[in-house]
Structure formats: C-alpha cells, structure tokens
Write a protein that binds this ligand. Structure first.
Ligand code: FAD
Length: 486
C-alpha cells in the first residue's frame, strides 16, 4: 500500500508525484509509455501566469491574478469553469516561479502577448528557449519543462518515494464501499493490482482516440490530430466506469494551420507541417473556401477564436487556402514552417496537401472542391475588389484579386490539438459523480479534466500546460498532507 497512486507521468502527473514525494508521501506512478513526459514531448509548452518573477524582471509590474482571471473568462467566451480558472490562475505564478527557481531557461522573447491565439491584455505568456538551430520551430519547447523537472523526479525515484511503473497501463479502478481504493493495471510482467487511499487520474486527453473523440464531440467529426500518441482517454473511460461525470466535449475547438500530409492518416505534426494563419503575424493574400468553394470567414481578423469556430459549420470541417501565383511569390505566401516556395511547388505538382493548375476549375477538381462554387466565389471576390466595396465577411485592408494562374489550393483540416471534454472535478480536483458528489479517493488533473474546463470554447494561451502543472502540484501537496496526517 502506497500513500498515493498517480496514473500518467506527463505534464500533470510528474509534478504531482514530485511534490507529494518531496512532502514525504510514497507515490506509485503508472505510465503506459516506456518513458515519462507524455505530451511534454510535443507541446509548445506555453505557460501563462500573472505576477511572475519573469514579468517583474522585465519591468511588467501591473499584472494581477484578477486580470488573468478576467482575461481567461473573456477569451473563453465565459465558457471555462470559473472555479477551476480561479484555482489555476492563483497557482500559476507559483508554478512558473518554481520552474524559474529550478533553472528553467526562458525564451528571451518572453514574457509576451502570444499572437497565435486571441490576445491577453498583458504580456504573461512564457516558454522555454529553443535548442540551437531550432529557433523557428515553436513546438516541442515543453521538453524544457520535462528537462527542468527530471532531476527532481530522479531524486525521488532514487529515494524510493516515487515508484515508477513504466509500460504499465491502467485497466480499471477498484471501488470498495463507494470509494476508489486502487487500480488494476497491465504491466510488462502481466496484470497488477495497486492500492492507495487516493488515486489521481493524469492520463491526458483523447486526441489520439478517434472513437472517443467521435463519441464526445457533437457531430461526430473525423479526427485529424496532433495529440501525443498516448492520449487515448483511458483515465476518462476508467473514471466514467466508476460513475464519474464527463463534461465539456461540446466545447470542442479546432486549431487552424495543421496539415494532414498523408491523406487519410488522421494525423498532423505541427513541429514541421504547420501554416501559421494568424493575421496578427501575416496579412493573408489568399482566400479560405470550404468544400462548396465558398468563403466562410474573415481571413484578416485578429479574432482567432471566431475563425476557429466557423470551422464547426463547414462540411467535413475542411477548408482550403486558394491563391494565385502572384500571392505565392509575394511576401505573405502561406508557407508551412521551414518550407520554401520550391518545396510548395514540388508538393503541388505531386498533389501532397497542395495542388496547382492553370485554371480555377482545374485546381478545384484536383483538390476536390466544387469547381463551379470556387469560380463563382473568386469572380465575386475579384469584382468586389474592382468596385472598391466592403467585404461581406469583414475582410479588411487592401486586397489583391485572385487573378493570374497558375492557381493553388492548400487543403487544411480542422486540426485537433487538445480535447475539451473530461472528468468533472470540483475546486479541490475531486472527481464528481452525476449528482455532483465527490467520489471518495478519486481525483483528476491535466487534460483528463477537459481543455474546456480552463479554456472554454477557445484556446486561452497557456491554459492547458499551466493548469496541468498547477493542478498536479496542488494535488501532490494536499494528498501528501492528507497521507502524513493519517
Ligand atoms: C502540439 C501541441 C502543442 C501544445 N501547446 C500547448 C501550449 O503551448 N500551451 C498549453 O497550455 N497547452 C498546449 N498544448 C496542450 C497541453 O500540452 C496538454 O493539454 C498537456 O500537456 C496535457 O497534460 P496531461 O498531463 O494532461 O497529459 P500528458 O502530458 O499527455 O500526460 C498523460 C500521461 O498519461 C499516460 N497515460 C495515458 N493513458 C494511460 C494509462 N491507461 N495508464 C497509464 N498511463 C497512461 C500517457 O502515456 C502520458 O504520459 C499543446 C498540445 C499539443 C499536442
């Protein structure tokens, strides 16, 4: 019998186990992968906190936890859980300063107002410096969090207070007299049973489970994902099986710019195949059209959440960027990260996520868009520019027509970065049943509680990684205290 079982050694589980072990508890950690880290292996690792030392270091002294709270509630369209957001933003500065104390190497450009999501009112987002030569790649920076925490993990493992079970997957939770008292798992040596008064589900989201994604997301959309391969929702399913309420799947939001390089694979990799569509960093010359060849969004708005949310209403949640040769040659060409124009043209000739043709009808046929629809849309778009009229979708700035072939169409799916549904927890991170009552012995942290809990129907900068680390720390602290009181 240990004091605490943590299921999942990722963003939330690692700090949970470390903090509990540092407070004297013995912690069994189940990890189904052969290594620890989970989504920290791919995440951009943006973290946000108000009043952090890093802000004071660069003269930002007017940020507060209340401002952070208000920003999140505003950007999440009021759809985040205010109780959990309050807990998250209060712990965030302690979490980030903790990493700071541990020698976390901040990117020199941070803190900043990150422009890839709707903007905070203050520069409070930080991330790790890039490894040499990798400065242009925003993803994977969360590895810096893992590297910062690794020595603490190793120390507690060496002391015997963290007992890691690698390649060991949670199978089910053990319930006795209405309380969760342990887990059944499958390890390299066969089935395993572990018991503890407290079990923390920190198994992440379900962005790598097409079945659970379809089940929890209204409209049962096809999954094209960038989630870490272990994010199959195991902890959510296990908690649901013992009566935990699952909420938030309907808040799902998509991330713009992911590419499904291998058609039908259902996967993207934003570390290398990603088009930054944020109009705050690049004013688009292209138009965005859906399967019917119709425009559906203001391509130039800085309201990124509204752009993302328009994808929910498009057939098959797919869209294409359509542009002409002049736009490809121009300074705003929508090139994927690390791609140059030659690579784009070669991919277009091979028909790898991008197509080109001398005519609009030809490129539409190749890309699978309605040719008649695209021709109608481009004709109306060009005529509107010629007449100098306002754009019906609100597009702003000086537009140039889509006029001179060859024409290009880049296919972009509505990509999944994180999943929004998860285990309903209260402000103490206790799993709740359908009647809103805590299930004794069961807790959850990280994406297992659903991205919607702390980010609503939007992406609020850093509001997944920071709450995962913070909720892990809080549970480590409180459950170790409960164990040492017994
Ligand atoms: C490409 C990408 C970029 C992102 N960028 C950002 C960002 O910049 N800022 C931000 O706030 N959020 C970002 N996110 C989201 C954020 O990184 C994740 O929500 C967060 O890291 C998830 O943490 P977690 O602890 O819940 O899950 P994970 O870190 O994935 O950890 C879960 C662990 O549980 C293990 N596990 C799963 N099932 C079982 C089982 N049955 N038994 C035992 N172990 C199991 C897994 O192997 C894994 O190690 C990004 C996500 C992606 C994919």
């Amino acid at each position: 019998m240990v004091d605490l079982i943590v299921v999942g050694a990722g963003t939330a589980g690692i700090p949970c186990a470390i903090v509990a072990a540092q407070a004297g508890a013995t912690v069994a950690v189940l990890e189904k992968d052969s290594q620890i880290g989970g989504t920290l292996h791919v995440s951009a690792g943006h973290m946000s906190g108000a009043g952090i030392r890093r802000q004071h270091d660069v003269g930002i002294d007017d940020d507060t936890v209340d401002r952070h709270f208000e920003d999140v509630m505003l950007l999440s369209r009021g759809e985040a859980d205010p109780v959990l957001v309050r807990v998250a933003v209060e712990e965030a500065p302690h979490t980030i300063d903790w990493l700071h104390d541990l020698g976390f190497a901040f990117d020199p450009e941070t803190p900043t107002i990150y422009l890839g999501h709707d903007s905070y009112s203050r520069a409070r987002t930080v991330w790790h410096a890039a490894p040499a030569g990798m400065e242009l790649i925003p993803m994977g920076r969360a590895l810096g969090i893992l590297e910062t925490l690794q020595p603490l993990w190793d120390e507690q493992v060496a002391a015997g207070r963290i007992v890691p079970y690698l390649s060991t997957a949670l199978a089910s939770l053990i319930v006795e007299d209405g309380a969760v008292v342990g887990v059944h798992a499958q390890g390299p040596g066969g089935p395993l049973e572990l018991r503890a008064p407290h079990t923390v589900i920190a198994t992440g989201g379900y962005g790598s489970s097409p079945e659970l994604f379809a089940e929890l997301t209204p409209g049962r959309p096809r999954l094209v994902t960038n989630a870490w391969h272990t994010a199959t929702g195991d902890g959510i399913v296990a908690a649901r099986a013992v009566g935990a309420a699952i909420r938030g799947g309907e808040k799902h939001n998509y991330r713009l710019g992911m590419i499904e390089i291998e058609p039908g694979s259902g996967r993207g990799d934003m570390r290398k195949d990603f088009v930054n569509l944020s109009a705050a960093v690049r004013r688009p010359d292209e138009i965005w059209v859906n399967l019917r060849g119709e425009r559906f969004a203001d391509e130039t708005t800085h309201d990124i959440t509204s752009q993302e949310r328009t994808l929910h209403d498009q057939p098959e949640q797919r869209f294409w960027l359509v542009l002409d040769e002049a736009a490809v040659e121009g300074p705003q060409a929508p090139l994927p990260l690390l791609w140059d124009r030659d690579r784009l043209r070669a991919a277009a000739d091979a028909g790898v996520f991008v197509w080109r043709d001398a005519t609009l009808a030809g490129v539409a046929a190749r890309a699978g868009i309605s040719a008649a629809g695209l021709e109608r849309t481009v004709a109306a778009y060009n005529a509107r520019i010629a007449r100098g009229e306002a754009d019906p979708l609100g597009r702003s700035g000086a537009d140039r027509p889509v006029a001179t072939g060859p024409f290009y169409a880049l296919a972009l799916p509505a990509g999944v970065l994180v999943t929004f549904g998860g285990i309903h927890v209260d402000g103490q991170l206790r799993a709740l049943d359908g009647a809103g009552q805590p299930i004794p012995g069961l807790y959850a942290a990280g994406e297992a509680v659903g991205g919607g809990a702390t980010s609503g129907i939007a992406f609020c900068g850093g509001m997944l990684v920071t709450p995962a680390l913070s909720f892990g720390r809080i549970l480590g602290r409180t459950l170790a205290a409960a164990a040492t009181r017994v």
